[in-house]
Design a protein around this ligand. Sequence first.
Ligand SMILES: *Cc1c(COP(=O)(O)O)cnc(C)c1O
Length: 441
Amino acid sequence: MSHSVLNADSQGRVINPEALVAQLPALQYVDGALCLEEVDVASLAKTYGTPCYVYSKQAILNVYKAYTDSFAAIDHQICYAVKANSNLAVLGILAQAGAGFDIVSSGELARVLAAGGEASRVVFSGVGKRTDDIRYALEAGIGCFNIESDSELALIQGVAAELGKTAAISLRVNPNVDAKTHPYISTGLKDNKFGISHEKALSVYQQAAAMPNIRIQGIDCHIGSQLTEVAPFIDALDKLIELIDNLRTNGIELEHIDLGGGLGVQYIDETPISIADFAAALLPKLTQLGLKVFFEPGRSIVANAGLLLTRVDVLKPTEHKNFAIVDAAMNDLIRPALYQAEMAIIPSQLATATAGNECTWDIVGAICETGDFLAKDRVLSLAVGDVLAVTGAGAYGFVMSSNYNTRPRSAEVMVSENQHQLVRPREQVAELFATEQLWQA
Ligand SMILES: *Cc1c(COP(=O)(O)O)cnc(C)c1O
């Protein structure tokens, strides 16, 4: 295959490893070797094995700081969305930096507490909370419940009364704005399962106001994920401000507004609005509003802090397609299969990439599913044993992994400057069924 063939994704977007890496934080090629911060990723693959998730501490902190710096002019709280990457090391780094957290289960709250986070700086989101989740959160001293229905409100009142506690709540309203993102990650349209409609919100607040163990604290929304423009956020903010005014007229005063998460990142050539520009666009309205402001970013904080390292196990050219079978699969990284996500896959050693024997490859896992692929039709020069890096893998990567096909989940490693540390060991096969039992009738 000639050199003029370009490495591009399914939309024809060119992926040039060096050019891409120059735009991503914490990554660089040093003498042709891909490094995360100062650590050569091929050496990480050797030390910890593959598949392996590796994260940059500095990249995480830099994005967190971009949020806190950009909103420094107003009273604000950044609640990192734990579901994007819930490794204790990630949570601990953010807790130490002063972050709050957005959780969607009591399991995530347990992680936050184990990582040294403060319950009072946690907001509890999610469309279906259970009695035991609510009890655990109230006992831990949760900051606020983001509620999504009147039946949930009644449930929380009941549990709070039983415990003799007061639950702070915020109502997640569905502003019915089109986030213009993938339908599976768009959450702010009226036919989504999320939130309470604008029209119903006042009556739910009025019910809440009458409940003895409920304290109305805020209003929130979360319109989707991987948003690259600010316009949908502004539209949502306008809708919320309208509602806040209406609530004031009806004697209901709020303390905070929570605009959720959703800011997008660069995977291939996306150009999401920068955090500074995002803040600049929202600040005039937020300043005028005068409420404390919460954000719940997940993806934007961790996506580009992480790589998935995987090794080429088998090269299988066929008449119609060339398959490179790698040791990571859809159980390790499901985004390509679940959302048709295009993620860049770049060589850990540039020398191998320029060897001159480029071919068009489908980069696939070894799982018995046709949907098991990491990328299709990528032009790469590959040899068995090469270590590849999937970029943008820090968010919705490991957390969505499974043991399908009885595959142990990957190791996770944190890097800072020239240091690296295993923050979750690779699972062992025996652990996967250690608690199962033979039928003993
Ligand atoms: C998933 C989620 C987030 C984080 O979204 P990102 O796109 O990762 O920033 C924030 N808030 C809620 C309620 C969520 O469900």
